[in-house]
Design a protein around this ligand. Structure first.
Ligand SMILES: Cc1cc2nc3c(=O)[nH]c(=O)nc-3n(C[C@H](O)[C@H](O)[C@H](O)COP(=O)(O)OP(=O)(O)OC[C@H]3O[C@@H](n4cnc5c(N)ncnc54)[C@H](O)[C@@H]3O)c2cc1C
Ligand SMILES: *[C@@H]1O[C@H](CO)[C@@H](O)[C@H](O)[C@H]1NC(C)=O
Length: 460
């Protein structure tokens, strides 16, 4: 049945590409539409949660991930004078993540993750330079129109086109016209921080000995008086990913801020870089030293916003990733949640009975029921972490100190057990044995189609 489906994916970001990799495995037909002329190696580092490793193992990507990422070892939080407020450890003397859950979280450059996905997607299935402008759907098909006036039709449309999703905006326009769009969904995203990111390369391990470490230890410096925080994440291959954030939450309403700071691209990026270059670096010297080792055209400025949308699907259209739950990056959750949503959507599509509207609605309803809560929890949690990190003053400092130094080991274990409550897998591929001493994880059942086939085989 699934072979009758044709899935249109809008957006070749982390969510869109992961979905394509999975649909490829499921032998479900699909095409991707991306507005960029080509995928450029933009962005900083992403942290992949340990629970995703079984999925990559099923896909035969595990060894490659181990090679191109570093295990997350620690986060060190510092004051502007670089004195240590406290550390969050992922290995002894802290709680050993690999011992409990089989793997460490893995820190990887966004460009490296994207290339790894791209290698597994036949090039002819990705259409670049296709900005999706509008979408139309009826009971039989969904049609999208691109800015070059081309039209494409399919049975399902997945909007994986990020925080300003045009698929979402089109869908919401249709729903608003029918008077069924919840008021909260029509409100703008909450804009809290400006941020510049990049990856410095060709660094000398003699100058940056941290590059020799097998583990990636995050360094984050919180300023006392300026609205900035600055972050460093060492990567494989003598690279250090970095990010500088600028807290703009006190500067007017969301709409006003969007208007004033909506400048994108390199001019705004280099302007912000020049404002932060003299801040002290935890590796010695100043932040500017690392910025200078980053190719200027690979430095990008991003607005950090957040919002949880409560409408994710209607008709033949469904949203995935930042398009339906944009979060600030301080919880390190955005990519993980998008990847897991791609997993569950593919599992459901693999077992779909037909391409009828009723059946598609049932699948979308189940997808939403599964993914709503993780999305909401991550948006809210990341927002709170952002506030905790950016608060000024002695009170805030001691709160952060308490948080990083006083929480007992058992409470940390309890928290990470919760993050491993589910370790779901690709339901139509052979399952991988869970590693680690923690045995409390739930795993999704194998695909209905695969189980039925096995039962049938047993009867003959
Ligand atoms: C260039 C870039 C750099 C990033 N860097 C970081 C980082 O350093 N750290 C971090 O934590 N997060 C970063 N993110 C965000 C992170 O990738 C997401 O939070 C998360 O992975 C969820 O991914 P997503 O697929 O939902 O959205 P995204 O990764 O944002 O992908 C959305 C894709 O849709 C495309 N698109 C948008 N509108 C249209 C349209 N109308 N038609 C066709 N295509 C469209 C975009 O060009 C983009 O490729 C970055 C995102 C981008 C796009
Ligand atoms: C975070 O939450 C606060 C309070 O609910 C909200 O005002 C703000 O817009 C949210 N977003 C960001 C990015 O801080």
């Amino acid at each position: 049945m699934a072979s009758q489906l044709h899935v249109l994916i809008v957006g070749a970001g982390v969510g869109g590409l992961m979905l394509a990799v999975l649909l490829e495995q499921a032998h479900i037909s699909y095409e991707i539409f991306e507005k960029a002329k080509e995928l450029r190696p933009l962005g900083s580092a992403l942290s992949l949660h340990n629970s995703l490793m079984v999925i990559f193992e099923q896909l035969g990507m595990y060894q490659e991930i181990l090679r191109i990422s570093k295990p997350f070892g620690a986060l060190h939080l510092r004051k502007e004078d670089l004195s240590l407020t406290g550390s969050l450890l992922a290995r002894p003397p802290g709680v050993d993540c690999a011992e409990h859950y089989g793997d460490y979280n893995r820190v990887i450059g966004r460009p490296e993750l994207m290339s790894m996905f791209l290698e597994r997607i036949p090039p002819h299935k990705i259409h670049y330079n296709k900005r999706v402008l509008s979408t139309k759907q009826d009971d039989n098909e969904v049609i999208l129109q691109c800015s070059d006036n081309t039209l494409y039709s399919g049975s399902i449309l997945v909007g994986a086109d990020g925080a300003y999703s045009s698929v979402r905006q089109n869908l919401y326009r249709q729903l608003a016209k029918q008077g069924v769009l919840p008021k909260a969904d029509a409100k703008p995203l909450g804009y809290g921080y400006d941020c510049v990111v990049g990856i410095a390369s060709d660094l000398d391990p003699k100058v940056y000995p941290v590059l020799n470490s097998e583990y990636c230890e995050f360094e984050a410096v919180l300023s006392k008086d300026t609205p900035y925080t600055w972050w460093f994440m060492p990567l494989v291959g003598n690279k250090i990913a970095w990010m500088v954030t600028h807290d703009v939450r006190k500067e007017g309403t969301d709409e006003e801020r969007n208007f004033r700071f909506s400048e994108w691209g390199q001019t705004a990026a280099s302007e912000m870089c020049s404002r932060v270059r003299d801040l002290p670096s935890p590796y010695g010297g100043v932040v500017g030293d690392i910025i200078d080792k980053t190719p200027p055209d690979l430095i990008s400025k991003v607005m950090l916003e957040d919002k949880f949308f409560s409408t994710w699907y209607s008709g033949r259209t469904v949203l995935l990733g930042d398009a339906c739950h944009k979060m600030v990056p301080f919880g390190g959750q955005g990519a993980n949640i998008a990847i897991l949503s791609a997993l569950h959507l593919t599992n459901l599509l693999f077992d779909i009975y037909s391409a009828s509207q009723d059946e598609i609605t049932r699948v979308f309803r189940e997808y939403y029921a599964m993914r709503r809560k993780p999305g909401k929890v991550s948006v809210d949690g990341s927002n709170k972490t952002g506030s905790l990190l950016h608060k000024k003053g002695a009170m805030a400092n001691s709160l952060r100190h308490m948080f990083l130094n006083w929480i007992p080991k058992w409470a940390i274990i309890l928290g990470s057990n919760k993050l491993n409550a589910r370790r779901d897998q690709i339901s139509f591929l052979p399952y991988v044995k869970l590693r680690g001493s923690f045995t409390g994880s739930q795993v999704n059942p194998p695909s209905r189609r695969v189980s039925e086939k096995a039962a049938f085989a047993r009867t003959i």
